[in-house]
Ligand binder design. Structure first.
Ligand code: 13P
Length: 340
């Protein structure tokens, strides 16, 4: 936990399932083949100097067992940069019967043996992402199921030597204001910590991956980074014990720039936990656009990754200014009803 939550560093989330990675590749006209997924992950993970800003990388199972085209395992590529390898262990979302069109997260069956295998392969932390939808309620059933699943997973991961990242993503969908998000986030995190405690999870050995507290994506007004930081920190201070070492936010469809500015606003004064990033879309969008699947663009795409990683590293330290950002970085990535 302490390595992942080290000053000026955060997580590169590249654990898109093969289907979701296919959506990313399709956006630049590439087929969803294992070769193309490997080429893309190789581009990201072999970026020289990445370890200065990135402390952990969340991988999909396929990537944990893959190597570069030169035959070096991705796990070794990461270790050489002092980046901890992590692994997505949930099996995705399915409809939750008896709810208001909500979902639940699968993956507890066989989880202990999978975690033990992932540890042997070099993984040192895990991730489980479940979602909560504000426009769908959320119903008490959906919140309880999300919290219980996360707590069972966290206990099993710890039992097998992996640091669990606890991620109940509160989706950006909806036209509600920021106060409503704050209310739902408080409810969700209170249940999550209740069940984490009931399952005897060691709080010093977990990392959280919350959504920032923002207005719904279709709300009439946008909130400033200061308002988002104030509401998010209010929620976290009310709900998260200081024993927890790190808060690693997801980007959730925010633009690259928004995600960085909001993180910077949260680090303007000291927090009881390391407050950092675990972004997928907000670290990869301009990289993909620059790469376009062309070998001659790899160097420029790796530079684009370093630009984002460095900006978020500065935001973790509270010293990001936002100067010189590209128009691409300002583009929002929210998609209504988005599924990972
Ligand atoms: P985004 O930053 O794209 O929301 O991804 C977060 C995530 O859960 C991937 O690990």
């Amino acid at each position: 936990c302490k390595t992942v939550a080290s000053p000026g560093r955060g997580i590169l989330a590249i654990d898109e399932s093969s289907a979701t990675c296919g959506k990313r590749l399709a956006s630049i006209g590439l087929d969803n083949t294992e070769v193309n997924r490997q080429a893309y992950r190789q581009l990201l993970l072999t970026t020289a100097g990445l370890g200065e800003y990135i402390s952990g990388a969340i991988l999909f199972e396929e990537t944990l067992y893959q190597s570069t085209t030169d035959g070096k395992t991705f796990v070794d590529v990461l270790k050489d940069q002092n980046i901890m390898p992590g692994i997505k262990v949930d099996k995705g979302l399915v409809p939750l019967p008896g709810s208001n069109n909500e979902s639940w997260c699968q993956g507890l069956d066989g989880l202990a043996s999978r975690c033990a295998e992932y540890y042997k392969q070099g993984a040192r932390f895990a991730k489980w992402r479940t979602v909560v939808s504000i426009p769908c309620g959320p119903t008490a059933l959906a919140v309880k199921e999300a919290a219980w699943g996360l707590a069972r997973y966290a206990a099993i991961a710890q039992d097998n030597g992996l640091v669990p990242i606890v991620e109940p993503e509160i989706l950006l969908d909806g036209d509600h204001g920021i106060e409503r998000t704050l209310e739902v986030a408080e409810k969700v995190w209170s249940e999550v910590f209740f069940y984490l405690a009931e399952n005897n999870v060691l709080f010093e050995g977990i990392l959280l991956k919350p959504s920032m507290v923002t207005p719904g994506a279709e709300h009439k007004e946008k909130a400033s980074p200061e308002a988002i930081a104030k509401n998010t920190l209010t929620m976290l201070r009310r709900r998260v014990p200081p024993a927890v070492p790190g808060i690693m936010f997801l980007s959730g469809g925010q633009s690259e720039l928004e995600a960085t500015m909001n993180l910077n606003a949260m680090n303007q004064s000291a927090n009881p936990w390391h407050v950092s990033f675990s972004y997928a879309r907000a670290l990869q969008n301009s990289v993909l656009k620059t790469w376009q699947g062309q070998p001659e663009n790899i160097e420029a795409a790796q530079k684009a990754l370093l630009v984002r990683a460095k900006a978020n590293s500065l935001a973790q330290l509270g010293s990001y200014t936002g100067e010189g950002e590209s128009d691409e970085a300002k583009k929002g990535m929210f998609q209504k009803g988005y599924t990972y």
